[in-house]
Write a protein that binds this ligand. Structure first.
Ligand code: UD1
Ligand code: UDP
Length: 475
C-alpha cells in the first residue's frame, strides 16, 4: 500500500520532541477523518503532492466519518495511503478517541514521518496528535489558535483544540487573532505562522471550477434535483434559506427548538424555500423526525401515493399510513400534539410532469435532503439568500460569498466575521431564529448591511504558506 520509504537516521538535532533532519526529502503525514477536516486538508494534500522533490506526502484517514468523508475524497481525487475505517453508528467520544489512538500507533510506526499534520478541533485531530506525541514525532496544527474560552461550547471541540495546541510543535493560525490567542498561551512566535484558512483555498478551487464550466453547472443542478431540490425553483423571485446543523451541545432541546423555528418560518414565508441537507448523525435526524415526521424528499418521491392518504387522515391514520409506507416506525417520539402539527404541516406533495416533488410543509417549501457533495453544496450556497447554520466551516465560507450567516450557537471561535457584520449569533432560541431570519427576509437595508462580501479568513494561499514554512523548518 505504501511505497518506498526514506529512512533517515542522522544527522538530526533534537529540540524537545522535535527532530530536525538535514538535507533530505521529508515525509509529511496528514491525518484527518471527518468531512470538514477533509475539505480543509485536501488543498494542502494537493499542494504538498505538487512538490515531490521536497516532500513525500502520505495521507492517513481515520474514517471517523465514512460516507461524508468519502464524498470529499472523491471530489478532490485523493486516495488515502491508510484508512483506519473506525466509524461506528452513533459512536461516542470514547469510541473515536481510543480507536484513532490505537490505529495511528501502527501507521506512525510504519510511516515514521518527519511531521504529522492534523487539523482543527475534531477527536481525530487530538487523538492523532497524541499518538504522534507518544512516538515523539512533531505535530503541525492546521487551523490553530481558535478559541471561544468555554470548554463546553463547542463541546468537545474547544478542549480538543486546546489539547492539540499543547501537543503541537508548529501552529498554522488562520488569522492574526488566532495567533494572538496562542501567544497569550505562551506559544513562542517562531512556531506560529499566520496562513489564512485552508478552507478558502478549497472554496476558491471549487468556485473557480464551477464558474468556468457551464457543463458542470448543469451537472450540479442535476445532482441537486436528484438529491431532492430543483434549483430551477429559484429562477424567478423565490429565495432560499440554506440550513445545516450538527453540534453535539445542541442535541435534544436545542435541535427541537431550531426545527420548530424552521417549520414556522416556512409556514410564514411561502415564497422562500428552506433547504436542509441533513448531517448523517442520528442525533441530528431524530429531532427533525420529531418535528417534521419521518419524511425526506426521497421518501416523498417514493411514497407520493401513501402521503396522499396521509394528508387526508386523522393523526392516528397518518401514523400508521406512514409506518406502512416507510416500513419503519413513524417519528419515534411523536406525541399527539406533534402529530396534529405534522398533519397541518405535512401536506400533500405536488409533483410536476417529471414526477418531481415539491417540498413538505403547508407551503411545500421545506426540503430535507441527504448531505451534499462539496461542489453541489457550494453551488447551492452561492444561490442562497441566507445561511442558517451551526457549522464552523460554513461560517468561514459564506461571508466570502457575500451571504449573511445566522449561527445557531451561543459562542463562536470565529469572531472575525461577527466584527465585520456578516455573521450574527442566534443560538438555538426559537424567537431569536424566527426574528433574525424574518428581519433579513423583510428588511432590504438590514439584508444589504449583512451581505457585503468580506473574507477575513483567508486569500486562498494558505497551503502555499504552510508548504514554504515546512520546507524552511524541516529541510
Ligand atoms: C464530528 C466532529 C465535529 C465536526 C463534525 C463535522 C468530533 C467530536 N466531532 O462530529 O467537530 O464539526 O464531525 O461534521 O470530532 N455518521 C455517518 N456517516 C458519516 C458521518 C457520520 O453515519 O459519514 C453518523 C454515524 O452514526 C456516527 C455519527 O454520525 O457515529 C457521529 O459522527 P461523529 O464524527 O462522532 O460526530 P459528528 O457529530 O459528525
Ligand atoms: N458541506 C458539504 N455538504 C453539506 C454540508 C456542508 O460539503 O451537505 C461542507 C461545507 O461547505 C463546509 C463543511 O462541509 O466546508 C462543513 O462541515 P460541517 O458543518 O460538517 O463541520 P464543521 O465545519 O462544523 O466542523
Amino acid at each position: 500500500m505504501y511505497g518506498s520509504r526514506i529512512i533517515i537516521c542522522t544527522p538530526y538535532t533534537v529540540h524537545h520532541t522535535q527532530y530536525i533532519k538535514m538535507n533530505m526529502k521529508k515525509t509529511i503525514l496528514l491525518v484527518f477523518g471527518t468531512r470538514p477536516e477533509a475539505i480543509k486538508m485536501a488543498p494542502l494534500v494537493k499542494k504538498l503532492q505538487s512538490l515531490p522533490d521536497q516532500f513525500k506526502t502520505v495521507v492517513a484517514v481515520t474514517g471517523q466519518h465514512r460516507q461524508m468523508l468519502d464524498q470529499v475524497l472523491r471530489i478532490f481525487d485523493i486516495v488515502p495511503d491508510y484508512d483506519l475505517n473506525i466509524m461506528q453508528a452513533n459512536q461516542d467520544l470514547y469510541d473515536v478517541t481510543s480507536r484513532v489512538l490505537v490505529g495511528m500507533r501502527d501507521v506512525l510506526k510504519e510511516v515514521q514521518p518527519d511531521v504529522v499534520l492534523v487539523h482543527g478541533d475534531t477527536t481525530t485531530s487530538t487523538a492523532a496528535a497524541l499518538a504522534a506525541f507518544y512516538q515523539q514525532i512533531p505535530v503541525g496544527h492546521v487551523e490553530a489558535g481558535l478559541r471561544t474560552g468555554n470548554i463546553y461550547s463547542p463541546w468537545p471541540e474547544e478542549m480538543n483544540r486546546l489539547m492539540t495546541g499543547r501537543i503541537a510543535t508548529y501552529h498554522f493560525a488562520p488569522t492574526p487573532l488566532a495567533k494572538s490567542n496562542l501567544v497569550k498561551e505562551n506559544v513562542s512566535e517562531e512556531r506560529i505562522l499566520v496562513t489564512g484558512n485552508t478552507v478558502i483555498d478549497a472554496l476558491y478551487m471549487v468556485v473557480d471550477k464551477i464558474k468556468n464550466d457551464a457543463a458542470l453547472q448543469s451537472q450540479l443542478r442535476g445532482v441537486l434535483k436528484d438529491a431532492g431540490y430543483d434549483t430551477t425553483r429559484l429562477d424567478g423571485s423565490r429565495r432560499l434559506v440554506l440550513i445545516t446543523g450538527h453540534r453535539r451541545e445542541n442535541f435534544g432541546d436545542g435541535f427541537i427548538s431550531m426545527c420548530t423555528a424552521i417549520r414556522d418560518l416556512a409556514a410564514k414565508y411561502p415564497d422562500v424555500d428552506f433547504v436542509y441537507p441533513m448531517h448523517l448523525n442520528p442525533n441530528v435526524r431524530k429531532p427533525i423526525q420529531q418535528v417534521f415526521g419521518n419524511i425526506t424528499q426521497k421518501d416523498i418521491k417514493e411514497n407520493t401515493e401513501s402521503n396522499l392518504a396521509c394528508s387526508n387522515a386523522s393523526s392516528l391514520d397518518l401514523k400508521s399510513a406512514q409506518e406502512q409506507a416507510l416500513g419503519q416506525p413513524f417519528a419515534q417520539s411523536c406525541t399527539d400534539t406533534q402529530s396534529d402539527s405534522l398533519q397541518k404541516n405535512v401536506s400533500l406533495p405536488k409533483t410536476d410532469e417529471n414526477g418531481h416533488a415539491d417540498g413538505i410543509g403547508i407551503n411545500n417549501n421545506l426540503f430535507f435532503i441527504e448531505p451534499l457533495e462539496y461542489l453541489s453544496f457550494v453551488y447551492l450556497m452561492e444561490q442562497s439568500t441566507i445561511v442558517l447554520t451551526d457549522s464552523g466551516g460554513i461560517q468561514e465560507e459564506a461571508p466570502g460569498l457575500g451571504k449573511p450567516v445566522l449561527v445557531m450557537r451561543d459562542t463562536t471561535e470565529r469572531p472575525e466575521a461577527l466584527e465585520s457584520g456578516t455573521v450574527h449569533l442566534v443560538g438555538t432560541n426559537y424567537d431569536k431564529i424566527v426574528n433574525e431570519v424574518s428581519t433579513l427576509l423583510d428588511d432590504a437595508e438590514a439584508y444589504r448591511k449583512m451581505s457585503q462580501a468580506v473574507n477575513p479568513y483567508g486569500d486562498g494561499l494558505a497551503c502555499g504558506r504552510i508548504a514554504e514554512f515546512l520546507k524552511g523548518k524541516i529541510n
